[in-house]
Write a protein that binds this ligand. Structure first.
Ligand code: 2P0
Length: 326
């Protein structure tokens, strides 16, 4: 038993996951396709310690909120069961971006935590085993284990053993960029897990959302194989707007956007008409992400920074998979 530190980058889904087929095992109802980012990352150290009476967590230098600490503790229970230990752990985690604001902090967080905790407990479950574990923490976390372009396959088996991730293409395969348009650091009102369940239980369109998703996965994979930027951008926008449409059709409705989100969408569409080609995607928060070619990224970022309310635009490239750093 010891200590280990791991790092994982956030990922942004181009084809979205929104809905679970099994809540206890946290199995997604549909597939998703993502890009792992390069600099929005979580670094986490896990230290198992005989002297602790419960799991402790420090997030960005402060004691974590009780909800975050206990969610982390429940995740560590899975690791303890697999490793056959009862020791509690100190978890020290740092995000290079605002936590819980729709910037996929839970994905990089649980990918780094799964890797560091397994290593600290002396286990090596392999990448498939790590994906199974990371998913129990957060449905999008398995995607952050791998670099570049990644597919998460939902599988069909009730035990989730066929819910796996695979790398579609490595980070150097295609010179694309994702602009992350940050427009506020407030925490979202309804978390993804709760939002997905509300959507599943109350939206009359939930079945249609799931039915259309597998064609979007195929179209995105096809576009990546052909390096067809326009097709990938179009399917990413389709998937994003359908996800938000089904969320908005829940009762009560889930609206993750603010006014700046909408202004940024309009800006990207106007720029596209002028030949500066970007495509938006938005997660369970107000930030817009823009998929573009590397050659257009600086010009697009400069234009989008002019939208009132936009605080920062970070230019991200396809990044590496998770790794142990100590
Ligand atoms: C995605 N999101 O595919 C979608 C799009 C947000 C919007 O996966 O409930 O925090 O822990 O599995 O992983 C965010 O969901 O949710 C997410 P849980 P998670 O990226």
């Amino acid at each position: 038993m010891g200590s280990s530190m791991a790092r994982a980058c956030a990922n942004i889904a181009l084809v979205k996951y929104w809905g679970k087929r099994d809540r206890n095992l946290n199995l997604p109802a549909g597939g998703s396709v993502s890009i792992t980012l390069s600099s929005l990352q979580t670094t986490t150290r896990v230290t198992f310690d005989d002297g602790l009476r419960r799991d402790e967590m420090v997030l960005d230098g402060e004691p974590a909120a009780e909800g975050v600490r206990s969610r982390t503790g429940r995740f560590l229970d899975l690791v303890r069961t697999a490793a056959g230990t009862h020791r509690f752990a100190l978890v020290e985690s740092h995000n290079s971006f605002p936590t819980a604001s729709g910037l996929a902090s839970s994905a990089s967080g649980f990918a780094a935590l799964a890797l560091a905790a397994c290593r600290a407990a002396g286990m090596d479950p392999g990448w498939d085993g790590l994906a199974q574990l990371a998913r129990r923490g957060s449905g999008s976390a398995p995607r952050s284990l791998l670099g570049g372009f990644v597919e998460l396959m939902p599988g069909e088996s009730p035990d989730g053993s066929d819910c796996l991730v695979r790398q579609v293409a490595d980070p150097d395969y295609w010179d694309l960029r994702l602009l992350v348009v940050i427009n506020g650091q407030s925490e979202k009102e309804v978390g993804s897990t709760e939002g997905m369940e509300l959507t599943r239980l109350t939206s009359p369109f939930y079945g249609e959302w799931l039915r259309s998703g597998s064609a979007d996965v195929d179209a995105a994979l096809n576009a990546i194989v052909r390096r067809d930027f326009r097709s990938l951008g179009q399917v990413a926008e389709t998937s994003c707007f359908r996800m938000h449409a089904v969320a908005l059709s829940a009762s009560p409705p889930l609206l993750y956007w603010n006014a700046v989100t909408v202004d940024a969408i309009h800006k990207v569409r106007a720029l596209r008409k002028k030949g500066l080609e970007g495509y938006v995607t938005i997660d369970a928060g107000p930030h817009v992400k823009v998929l573009c070619r590397a050659s257009d990224s600086e010009d697009l970022a400069r234009e989008i920074r002019e939208v009132p309310g936009v605080e920062r635009v970070v230019i991200e490239r396809p990044g590496p998979g998770a790794e142990v750093i100590e």
